[in-house]
Design a protein around this ligand. Sequence first.
Ligand SMILES: *Cc1c(COP(=O)(O)O)cnc(C)c1O
Length: 395
Amino acid sequence: MSISPLMPVYPRCGVRPVEGDHCHLIDEDGTRYLDFASGIAVNLLGHSHAGLIGAIQQQAAKLMHVSNLYGSPQGEALAQRLVDKTFADTVFFTNSGAEAVECAIKTARAYHQHVGNDDKFELITFTNAFHGRTMATISASNQEKMHKGFMPLLAGFKYAEFDDLESAKALMGPNTAGFLVEPIQGEGGIRPGSEEFIRGLRQLADENDLMLVFDEVQCGVARTGKFYAYEHYGIEPDIMATAKGIGGGFPLGACLATEKAARGMGFGTHGSTYGGNPLAMAAGMAVMDAVANDEFLAEVTEKGERLRSRLEQFIGNYPELFELVRGKGLMLGLKMKVESRPFYVHLRDNHQLLTVAAGDNTLRILPPLVADDAEFDEFFDKLSAGAASFDPATA
Ligand SMILES: *Cc1c(COP(=O)(O)O)cnc(C)c1O
């Protein structure tokens, strides 16, 4: 047998973390890494947040899982808090981002089919999007590297050019159910949609009775300095998928919708065995307690601005390596002039700095939202040393 016991779908690197300490990860051989990847925008409270740990420990001792056949005081409480803090009137809890997007896709289709518009099933999605790895969510992305070997794709998705309103308009037709978009693309390279683009999609949806579906799995939950990124644009979606940061590291996602958008999601239309379990609800509540308030969000904004201006200063020293800084809050991307992946590997292996590679030659910088001044200083020490010792020709 030559296949590994762990199905070899990930090209795993030599970092093998066994412990976390605020914004650091400790490897099984004791090496400390500065974690400005946060499990890909997940560990927004870092790795040893007393409130989150305490909430999970207490809930685990009381009740971890019950069926959704029973009443859910824990689910009702977290759903109510999300409803209070967002555009949404109703929430479906999932265990992951892909499941949240899946529910969002079903909700958008059901909105039309519930009233007999069975031909309105198509979602217009956008180039270089990432929505997850299920059949529906890979079908929603134009990225061929995710399709290979899994054909045929699910019908009902058309790909327009990201940040190009005219290209979305050109794909609209009698089958269009709505738009599915990351307001700020994560995996695609930390690319914020322009205000014209995002507001334009809202307007097209309004004019044509279409669903505007946001995938805020990566950009949501305080990451950009707003509780959700749509707040930057002065508009609201009809349906939104959220996950990653919302559990602070505990598997949790959700599909949020307005009452109108959820009109097709009645009894028996959707479900999940684990979705909304009391343990996940406790984690989600602890994260909300920490981040869903103006003081915390203002801190993220302030840290984001400082990080950004320091990054902009820094890249001025290496004009041959870096092109620009983009993103919002603590969701920042460093677009490189050389291939970004070798630099990301160099930072990781030679300077014990964890970031995330992304599309469009971009290095994703996603620190825990609780990162402190000392950790930001350490980040710049490592990044500077990494840039000084990096040779794109030999990497
Ligand atoms: C990570 C991500 C997903 C998928 O989330 P999983 O929890 O891995 O299923 C979907 N959309 C976006 C924008 C993401 O960043």
